[in-house]
Design a protein around this ligand. Structure first.
Ligand code: DX5
Ligand code: ZN
Length: 234
């Protein structure tokens, strides 16, 4: 087994919306592994962001996976639209529909990878009956709705327990994605706890040097020395 590698997924929620394409190209050139698209409906969360049109518009401008995070009620109503728009991965919230199992299947039938997202207060039990139906599990490390919030430390033990649960169930290939408050200061702890996919909004798009920010988050996650200080990026 080789060394585990971190996957860095900048969230365009914190990008400059007036030049989204350039922002995506910039972070991909800077080493982003995936592009994370936060979809909010003003009902599941208080905020409203973007829909399938944004995915469709960005799709031709990058070859990296587009990782769609649906923070919307009744996500099953829109899965087809996001699949057609060119999403590679779609995560829906366990709290947002009574039909998680069916929704995950619809995503896979659309040749996308299916993710299940859990709010901070949602117990891990919901994952147990759908382990075979998920390609990734997204653990919210803040309450969904806004970028720039503070990482919730109690989520570290949740990630650890989830990693154990997945491994015990023979799903060691299923990655854990963490989302919210991730940056150089938190990436090591979440990675050690068992998360590989690190979503970062503010920590990447808030930095002048996106490549530097992505490199530092990746290096600190993997326990490698991080060059210089915050100063060179801000
Ligand atoms: C929060 C979103 C996150 C958010 C992360 O509801 O799901 O993806 O953009 O932003 P930061 O990295 O700023 O906490
Ligand atoms: Zn997200």
């Amino acid at each position: 087994m080789g060394q585990r590698q971190a996957i860095i997924a900048p969230s365009i929620l914190s990008a400059d919306f007036s030049r989204l394409r350039d922002e995506v190209v910039d972070v991909v050139e800077g080493g982003a592994d995936w592009i994370h698209v936060d979809v909010m409906d003003g009902r599941f969360v208080p905020n409203i962001t973007m829909g399938p049109n944004a995915v469709r518009a960005l799709r031709p401008h990058t070859t990296v996976p587009i990782d769609v995070h649906l923070m919307i009620v009744e996500p099953e109503r829109y899965l087809g639209d996001f699949i057609e728009a060119g999403a590679d991965r779609i995560s829906l919230h366990a709290e947002a529909t009574p039909h998680v199992h069916r929704a995950l299947q619809v995503i896979r039938q659309g040749n996308c990878l299916a993710g299940l997202a859990l709010n901070p207060s949602t117990p891990l039990g919901v994952i147990e009956q759908v382990i075979e139906d998920v390609d990734l599990v997204l653990v919210m490390t803040v309450n969904p709705g806004f970028g720039g919030q503070v990482f919730i430390p109690a989520m570290l033990s949740k990630v650890r327990k989830l990693r154990h649960l997945l491994d015990e169930a023979g799903a060691s290939q299923v990655p854990i994605e963490v989302d919210g408050g991730i940056g150089v200061a938190t990436s090591r702890a979440v990675f050690e706890a068992g998360a590989e996919v690190l979503v970062a909004g503010t920590a990447v798009f808030g930095a002048k040097d996106r490549r530097g920010a992505i490199t530092d988050i990746r290096r600190s996650a993997e326990g490698r020395p991080v060059a210089a200080g915050e100063a060179r990026r801000l």
